[in-house]
Design a protein around this ligand. Structure first.
Ligand SMILES: *Cc1c(COP(=O)(O)O)cnc(C)c1O
Length: 358
């Protein structure tokens, strides 16, 4: 294409890179925080039947408002939520995009506390929302005072709080979320993609919703629910928030197949969620093992662990990959993130890491 004019892309997208977690065909894939346990026989059969049933209606557009699915999601979330307070989309990434289309955009800004989920700044930029990189403390935590101060100084239209946070695994105390809600002039989005993995004592930001009309809690079926391939994310918020989102969503955004699969999975929720306890126990054992090897590990309430500090993290990442174990090169320089897999996968990771570090 030499000599031709460059494509007339928006100036503000210059230098932007696509989301790029490598999708490599290796034996042990511990890089995108999926649940390692595939759906079992019963759930597979239920999904097959649900899809077969909907297949006969695919000449028609799906329910635009996904009412039945939202009813099921409200039931799953509990906390007295009604279907009108719940909204669903193709992964929580689309949920976040819709939120930024509605509440961010040109002339507006969003604040997040880094290191955190890389899609928050990326979707912000794509929706022409200016991104403000806030800071965490040394242990990747967020104290009320420092967090509120950053909100006060930047006056963001949207605040992202990720709890438990990706890639650090750290949860945010509810008191900090409340303090941010009190200070924030705009919307507060609590990304709870990993909520199901948090310790039993951790209270969800869902408990704050009744008194907070500008608070949004996002969830996903991609992680604990073991449905990453189905692309289903959702949120809970005030009815007014959802009325606004209806104006930015594309008509029929959530396919009839997706809605049917999600509903079947919710009906059998106990099955995928039964793996959560095992994954938590495996995570805690992995944290102890890594610390025993002299590594620094962030306290994790999620299904992954961030560890460091490595003088050459890329070499360690590559060494693991050479041994068939794919993890994620993310977080601050010197740190790596590993997803908690099955016991066999974690054992393979430990053996490979021993070799690479020795
Ligand atoms: C994985 C993840 C998501 C999930 O995205 P989906 O589009 O629902 O698959 C959302 N937020 C965070 C922080 C994540 O790590």
């Amino acid at each position: 294409m030499t000599g031709e004019m460059p494509l007339p892309v928006r100036d503000d997208l210059a230098g932007l890179h696509p989301y790029g977690a490598p999708q490599l065909d290796v034996p042990v894939r511990l890089n995108t925080n999926e649940n390692p346990y595939p759906p079992g026989d019963r759930l597979r059969r239920a999904i097959g039947e649900a899809v077969a049933e909907v297949a006969g209606t695919l000449n028609r557009y799906p329910d635009r408002d996904a009412l039945e699915l939202r009813k099921d999601l409200a039931g799953y979330l509990g906390h007295g939520l009604t279907p009108a307070q719940v909204w669903a989309a193709n992964g929580s990434n689309e949920i976040i995009q819709q939120l930024l289309q509605a509440f961010g955009g040109p002339g507006r800004c969003a604040l997040g506390f880094e290191p955190s989920y890389s899609m928050h700044p990326l979707i912000s930029r794509v929706t022409a929302t200016r991104w403000i990189a806030g800071r965490r403390d040394e242990a990747f935590g967020l104290g009320a005072e420092a967090t509120v101060r950053q909100v006060r100084e930047t006056r963001p239209d949207v605040v992202f709080l990720t709890s438990p946070n990706n890639p650090t695994g750290t949860a945010i105390p509810l008191g900090v979320i409340e303090a941010v809600c009190d200070e924030a002039p705009g919307m507060v989005i609590v990304d709870e993609a990993y909520a199901e993995f948090a310790g039993a004592g951790t209270r969800s930001a869902l408990t704050l919703l009744p008194r907070r009309p500008r608070l949004v809690v996002t969830r996903t079926m991609s992680k604990a629910f073991a449905m990453a391939g189905a692309r289903v994310g959702y949120l809970a918020a005030s009815e007014d928030v959802i009325s606004v989102l209806l104006t930015v969503r594309l008509p029929y955004h959530l396919s009839a197949v997706t809605q049917a699969v999600a509903r079947a999975a919710l009906q059998h929720a106990a099955e995928p969620l039964a793996s959560v306890a095992a994954i938590r126990a495996e995570r805690d054992a992995l944290v102890s093992w890594l610390r025993g090897r002299g590594l620094i590990v962030a306290g994790s309430d999620a299904n992954f662990v961030l560890f460091g500090v490595l003088p050459d993290r890329h070499a360690v990442w590559q060494g693991l990959l050479d041994r068939g174990v794919l993890i994620r090169e993310t977080g601050p320089e010197g740190w790596l993130r590993v997803t908690v897999g099955t016991p066999a996968e974690v054992a393979a990771f430990r053996a490979a890491l021993e070799e690479v570090l020795s």
